[in-house]
Write a new protein. Structure first.
Ligand code: NAP
Length: 312
């Protein structure tokens, strides 16, 4: 028996025919609205909103298999009310995203983009003792706002750099503390005491806008903000102002509130490294993300429990 499923067209090259057995697939292009019809599963990218209206238009839907660990593009309440399962792709993108977080930490701390620009523009006039002086990491403090899979992986990578680690999370992480010497503090103390603040909480009603004019003012002068989690954690105009005024040392961002649009003031702000949401963009990880999403669909359609449910 074949099942009618909707799958994001961008995943075509990442999936093998054997993974798609028994599926009657409608490939859904990014610019195509979610259709109405009798599909039983949808595999969307994080750029597709799946809310009450979309779910109403898909009355036979049994599963939304998101191709991301974050699932803020799905109305969970609406899905649960309609008995539609929701799954994500946890774990497989942890290392790739932690690597990219470190790329941003090093790029911002050592003015990598300014250096590249200087060389490319032909304006480098030679070694100068005070040129592009950055932040020495040894002895400094890294603050992890959120210390789940990715936050902890970022923390573990900090050890060889000699950084002290503070973290804020809803629950204590004794193994992580033992392994890294990290100390759990509340978010207020974390912002006030760290040289590099890295965001790893998901986007939820409680965390949206957690970095705003008020919390930015509480950060150490010259501190660096890194965000590889979700754009709407940060009020982009307030961040741009903190950079313009020189209060913040730098910002390294992979995610934005209204992707792919970036607030014009943030785009023009000084000392930023702005990436196009490539946290999980490695060959291996993207294959694994697509594979898990489709494996969740296959499990549910064959009457088994989903592999990585968002709620039970
Ligand atoms: P995770 O394992 O669920 O970790 C989330 C962490 O945030 C946990 O420590 C959790 O605390 C904490 N947290 C949640 N709500 C909080 C709150 N209100 N206040 C304080 N702490 C809170 O998730 P993950 O796998 O590390 O992924 C984190 C996020 O990264 C995802 O949600 C996703 O949005 C983003 N992401 C982005 C990319 C990219 O391409 N840039 C790639 C992958 C993931 P507890 O541990 O106490 O529950």
């Amino acid at each position: 028996m074949t099942h009618r499923v909707l799958i994001a067209a961008e995943l075509k090259n990442l999936l093998r025919p054997s993974q798609l057995a028994d599926l009657d697939i409608t490939w859904l292009a990014a610019d195509q609205p979610t259709p109405k019809g009798d599909w039983v599963a949808i595999v969307p990218l994080l750029s597709r909103w799946v809310g009450g209206t979309e779910l109403k238009h898909l009355p036979n839907l049994r599963i939304v298999a998101n191709v991301a660990v974050g699932y803020n593009n799905i109305d969970l309440v609406a899905a649960e009310m309609r008995n539609v399962l929701v799954t994500n792709t946890p774990g497989v993108l942890t290392e790739a995203t932690a690597d990219l977080t470190w790329a941003l930490i090093l790029a911002t701390a050592r003015h990598l983009i300014e250096g590249v620009d200087l060389v490319r523009r032909g304006q480098w006039t030679g070694w100068h003792p005070e040129q592009l002086l950055g932040l020495e990491l040894r002895g400094r403090t890294l603050g992890l706002l959120g210390a789940g899979r990715i936050g902890q992986a970022v923390g573990r990578r900090a050890l060889p750099f000699g950084l002290r680690i503070l973290y804020a999370a809803r629950t204590a992480k004794p193994d992580f503390e033992r392994e890294t010497g990290a100390t759990r503090v509340d978010a207020t103390r974390l912002l006030a005491e760290t040289d590099i603040v890295s965001l790893h909480v998901p986007s939820t009603p409680e965390t949206k806008g957690i970095i705003n004019g008020e919390t930015l003012a509480r950060m150490k002068p010259g501190a660096i903000l890194i965000n590889t989690s979700r754009g709407d954690l940060v009020r982009e105009e307030a961040l741009a102002m903190a950079l313009e005024l020189g209060h913040l040392g730098a910002a390294g961002l992979d995610v934005y509130t209204d992707e792919p649009t970036i607030h014009p003031r943030l785009l023009a702000a000084p000392r930023t490294v702005l990436l196009p949401h490539i946290g999980s963009a490695t060959e291996e990880t993207r294959h694994k993300m697509a594979a898990i999403a489709v494996a969740n669909v296959q499990a549910v359609l064959s009457g088994k429990p989903p592999l990585t449910p968002v709620y039970s």
